[in-house]
Unconditional design. Structure first.
Length: 570
């Protein structure tokens, strides 16, 4: 699509906007909208988190409110500073800014402990010594009620003393837990005396060795919302069954505010795995180079691949926010990326599999500098300079000794136009001892820069090229989807069996326009006729240029106009 084309994609609705509008109109939130994004710092964020980030920060922006970044750091065994730093970086890169300061659930550990004591004193929490296996047995099933723990009727004083021993480190891990006393016959299993505190004798990245007991997610989440004055606590649908517990805790504790929880359908993308456990397995098993490998569906990985923050935000808006679970076609994401890069990425030329062309009638050692637009319609992106020399390279697939009329590139004895340059004619080939073509001898028509040949014979095609003597050598990493199956982690199957072992191809000694070597890391380009590429975020230097292939030119999500660049036209 060109910049002037309007997108054919209808942006979906967001049902939460209507809820917030109604809350504001009826003065339920005192005129102030406050949301939060509460990631666990136990891995890098993925495309599903991008939707949640855009939703929470976007709603706050739209209604003039605020959005907190709060780390749900209640499990120190799996958390570290690397993940915290990466999450902050992802949020900033997507274009959002949280309400300062950054918050942590651990900021409230003292208050949460006091509230746990409040529940014990109120007869609504108790220390339970059932083993994990016994607890599962006592819990019941979806069709059978649970039964009370034999420790459920301990006195308030006994529970206070036992909980203090847990706090003091006088009990072993797994020996006991603090549970809420609600209803072991409740149809919702989450209300069957859920765990509020566990013993974890592990140092915490924020609080050090101060604590050896840590609150559960359910106990920390709603109370943290209340402390921060969150008005709309927005979660994915898997937390819908936890909402009664969220509300029970809010109602039974002296919290300073009454936040409300709302649920939306998470993003499920085909050909993609977003389970943190499975993504960690890919990293640990060295299937990928790290969490930010360009094949990963993490925000950091997509950023390194060359996806833009603007495109990801458009994609998240395009798929909408509903309560209906479904699978989003990855082609929608790819469309958003192509649409953005088509409008904004400068054009350039790269030869991935070079074949030497010697222009016999162009003086050896002479250099002619040709100017070319950086973008077909974006004049503000300026021009680029292309050195034309005695020796150039073209794609090996762009030459044949013989070809039928459908082949529109260079053929022996025929003409072709070099992009933004001259028409050349292939006259002779040079082969090695094995019969492989190693060079083509050609002539150029000096009068054809920007014009048709004087003999009136128009070339059938246009091909890219780079000066063999002034172009720069580069490494190009060509990426494909990491999984070959549209549902790689469907129930019961090992997702690793669907890995695309050819998802990365590294091509060395490609030729690029000389100006590309000086591109800043993370600069996007369309390599004409090849696709969209980006200067690698970490590895690209002027001395050793490295480009990652972001995506090909063809868009399967919407029908591109015939002859447009998106359709692979010239």
């Amino acid at each position: 699509m060109s910049q002037s084309d309007e997108t054919t994609v209808k942006v979906s609705n967001n049902f939460l906007r209507a809820i917030i509008e109604d809350d504001l109109a009826n003065n339920r939130v005192a005129g102030k909208v406050a949301t939060r994004f509460p990631p666990e710092p136990n891995g890098y964020l993925h495309i599903g988190h991008a939707k949640s980030i855009c939703l929470n920060f976007g709603l706050a922006e739209q209604f003039g409110g605020s959005c907190n970044l709060r780390f749900d750091d209640t499990n120190p065994e799996k958390e570290n500073q690397e993940f915290i730093d990466a999450i902050k970086d992802d949020v900033r890169w997507l274009g959002f800014q949280w309400q300062e300061p950054v918050h942590y659930a651990s900021d409230y550990f003292d208050q949460l402990y006091e509230w746990a004591l409040h529940l014990i004193r109120s007869g609504k929490a108790y220390v339970c010594h059932l083993t994990p296996e016994q607890a599962r047995e006592y819990r019941g099933t979806l069709t059978e009620a649970g039964k009370n723990s034999p420790y459920r009727d301990r006195s308030v004083d006994e529970n206070l003393a036992l909980f203090e021993k847990m706090r003091a480190g006088e009990a072993d891990e797994g020996e006991c837990v603090l549970r809420a006393k609600i209803d072991m016959a409740a149809p919702n299993i989450n209300l069957r005396d859920p765990i509020l505190y566990r013993i974890r004798k592990t140092a915490h990245h924020q609080t050090g060795d101060k604590w050896c007991i840590y609150p559960s997610y359910d106990f920390a989440h709603g109370q943290s919302d209340a402390i921060e004055g969150i008005t709309h606590s927005i979660c994915t649908l898997e937390f819908e069954d936890h909402k009664p517990l969220y509300d029970w805790l809010i109602e039974n504790l002296p919290v300073p505010a009454r936040p409300r929880q709302y649920e939306f359908a998470r993003l499920n993308l085909n050909y993609t795995v977003t389970s943190k456990r499975k993504l960690k397995q890919l990293v640990d098993d060295k299937v990928v180079s790290g969490w930010d490998d360009a094949r990963m569906p993490t925000i950091s990985g997509m950023r390194r691949r060359g996806y833009t923050a603007r495109a990801l935000r458009f994609f998240c808006d395009m798929i909408g926010v509903t309560r209906s679970e479904g699978i989003v076609d990855v082609a929608m994401l790819e469309h958003a990326i192509r649409d953005d890069l088509d409008k904004n990425a400068p054009r350039a030329m790269c030869v991935l599999n070079p074949l030497k062309i010697t222009i016999t009638n162009f003086p050896e050692g002479q250099v002619e500098t040709l100017n070319a637009p950086a973008h077909p319609v974006r004049d503000d992106l300026g021009e680029r300079q292309l050195p034309f020399t005695h020796e150039i390279v073209i794609e090996r697939d762009d030459f044949r000794e013989e070809a039928n009329k459908k082949y529109k590139r260079l053929v022996l004895g025929k003409k072709v136009r070099l992009r933004n340059a001259y028409v050349i004619t292939a006259n002779e080939v040079v082969k090695d001892e094995a019969g492989n073509i190693i060079e083509v001898l050609a002539t150029y028509d000096a009068a054809t820069h920007g014009a048709d040949p004087a003999d009136g014979v128009k070339p059938k095609g246009v091909i890219q090229w780079v000066s063999a003597t002034h172009g720069k050598r580069a490494e190009v990493r060509v990426y494909d989807r990491l999984f070959l199956h549209e549902a790689p982690d469907r129930g019961g199957e090992d997702f690793m069996q669907h890995l695309n072992r050819n998802a990365l191809q590294i091509i060395n000694d490609c030729y690029i326009e000389p100006g590309l070597a000086d591109a800043k890391p993370e600069t996007n380009f369309q390599f004409e006729r090849e696709g969209y590429f980006v200067a690698d975020r970490y590895d690209h230097t002027a001395e050793k240029p490295v480009f990652n292939k972001t995506i090909g030119l063809r868009d399967t999500f919407v029908d591109a106009p015939i002859g447009s660049e998106a359709a692979g036209g010239e």
